[in-house]
Design a protein around this ligand. Structure first.
Ligand code: CP3
Length: 323
C-alpha cells in the first residue's frame, strides 16, 4: 500500500516544491526522495516506487489534474471516438521520468530492500477515465460496460496493453516485483468481475511472466469479498493484497496454499493506535505469518495517521519470530 504521503511532515515539505502532483511524480529527484522517506524513518523491508496509478491515463493523453482537497480530475472518456483518440504509442516515452526514478532507486537501495513497481489495473484506471474523478459509485463506467460491451472493451484493451508494457518497462529498469492495484474491483457483480477484473489481470500477468520470468506479480482486488478465491485461482498472481474486511483465517485456508498474501491491517486502526493496534498486529501475524506473507495495511496510510504509530508497527513486526 502507500507508505509515503501526507502523514509525513517531510513529505509535505517535498510536495510543496513541485508545481503540482503529476510534476512531482515526473521529477526523479523528488520521486526518489519521496520513495526513500519512509525507509529513512522505519525499518521497512521494501520500497514502493513513488508515482501514481493515473500516470498511465495521463500518458495516454487523457489529461489528469490533482486538485487540492478534491483528488484527481480527468477529461472524461465516454465514447469509442475518444478511445480511438488516445495515444498508446506515447505511453512509454511519456513515462520515461518514472523509469529514471526506478533506475536511480535500484542503484541506491541496499540489496536487502526490495523495490516494488506498480500500476493501476485496467478496470480501476478505466473507472477514473470514464467517471472523470474519484469517489463515485462507478455507475457511468458500469453502465457503459453493460450497454456497449465492445466499445468499453476497446478502452480496456488499450489499458491492458499500456499497463503490461508499463510494468515490463519498470522491471527492465530495476523493479523486483510489481503490484497491480484494482481499487474499484469491489463494485462489480460476478459476470463483470470476471470480465473486467479477472480476465484483464490474467492477461497482464501472462505478459509480465513471459517478458520477466521470476518477477512476482501481486494483485490487489480491493473489496472483492468472495471473489478473492477465483481471482487468485484464475489470474495467476504470485501474491494477493487483502483489504481489511477479508477474514485473515479464511485467507490462511483458502488463499495462502496457492499464493503469498499481503495485508491486511485496518488503516483506521493504525491511525487510532493504542493497545487495540498491538493486539490486532499480533492476531494477523499469528494467523498468517506461518505461510507466505507480507505484512501490510488493508489500504493506504491515512493522512492524519501519527507517524509514531507506523514506527511502532514496524518494531512489532520485526520483533516477531521470523519477522
Ligand atoms: O508509498 C506511496 O505513496 C506509493 C505511491 C502511490 C501513490 N498512489 C501516491 C499518491 C501509490 C502506490 C498510489 C496508488 C493509487 N493512486 C491508487 C491505488 C491504491 C489505493 O489507494 O487504492 C489509487 C486509487 C490512486 C489514485 C489517487 N491518487 C487518488 C484517488 C488520489 C487522491 C487521494 C487523496 O488522498 O487526496 C491520489 C493522490 C496521491 N497519490 C497521493 C499520494 C501520496 C496524495 C497526493 C498529495 O500529496 O496531495
Amino acid at each position: 500500500m502507500r507508505q509515503a504521503g501526507r502523514y509525513l511532515p517531510e513529505y509535505r515539505e517535498l510536495r510543496s516544491r513541485a508545481a503540482n502532483f503529476l510534476n512531482f511524480c515526473y521529477t526523479p529527484d523528488l520521486a526518489v526522495e519521496a520513495t526513500l522517506q519512509p525507509l529513512r524513518r522505519y525499518a521497512m523491508d521494501a520500497a514502493i516506487l513513488f508515482s501514481d496509478i493515473l500516470v498511465v491515463a495521463d500518458a495516454l493523453g487523457c489529461r489528469v489534474e490533482f486538485r487540492e482537497g478534491e483528488g484527481p480530475v480527468l477529461e472524461a472518456v465516454r465514447s469509442v471516438d475518444q478511445v480511438t483518440a488516445l495515444r498508446p504509442e506515447g505511453v512509454i516515452p511519456h513515462l520515461e521520468p518514472v523509469f529514471e526514478t526506478v533506475r536511480r532507486l535500484s542503484r541506491e537501495l541496499p540489496e536487502s530492500t526490495a523495490l516494488i513497481g506498480f500500476a493501476g489495473a485496467p478496470w480501476t484506471v478505466a473507472v477514473y477515465m470514464v467517471e472523470g474523478r474519484g469517489g463515485t459509485d462507478c455507475s457511468t463506467a458500469r453502465n457503459w460496460a453493460w450497454q456497449d460491451t465492445d466499445g468499453f472493451g476497446r478502452l480496456m484493451g488499450v489499458l491492458v496493453d499500456a499497463t503490461a508494457e508499463y510494468l515490463i518497462e519498470q522491471v527492465k529498469n530495476g523493479a523486483e516485483a510489481v503490484q497491480v492495484f484494482d481499487s474499484w474491483a469491489g463494485v462489480l457483480a460476478e459476470t463483470q468481475f470476471r470480465q473486467w477484473v479477472i480476465a484483464p489481470t490474467r492477461e497482464i500477468v501472462r505478459r509480465v511472466n513471459a517478458a520477466c520470468p521470476g518477477i512476482p506479480v501481486i494483485g490487489f482486488p480491493r473489496g472483492a469479498g468472495a471473489h478473492y478465491a477465483a481471482y487468485v485461482a484464475e489470474t495467476g498472481v504470485d501474491g494477493v493484497g487483502l483489504d481489511a474486511a477479508v477474514p485473515a483465517s479464511w485467507a490462511a485456508e483458502a488463499l495462502q496454499p496457492r499464493c503469498a498474501v499481503q495485508g491486511n491491517l485496518d488503516n483506521q486502526l493504525l491511525r487510532a493506535g493504542g493497545p487495540a493496534l498491538d493486539d490486532e498486529i499480533t492476531r494477523i501475524l499469528k494467523t498468517l505469518a506461518s505461510g507466505p506473507f507480507i505484512f501490510n495495511l488493508g489500504h493506504g496510510i491515512l493522512p492524519d495517521t501519527p507517524p509514531d504509530h507506523v514506527g511502532r508497527l514496524a518494531e512489532h513486526i520485526h520483533g516477531w519470530p521470523g519477522g
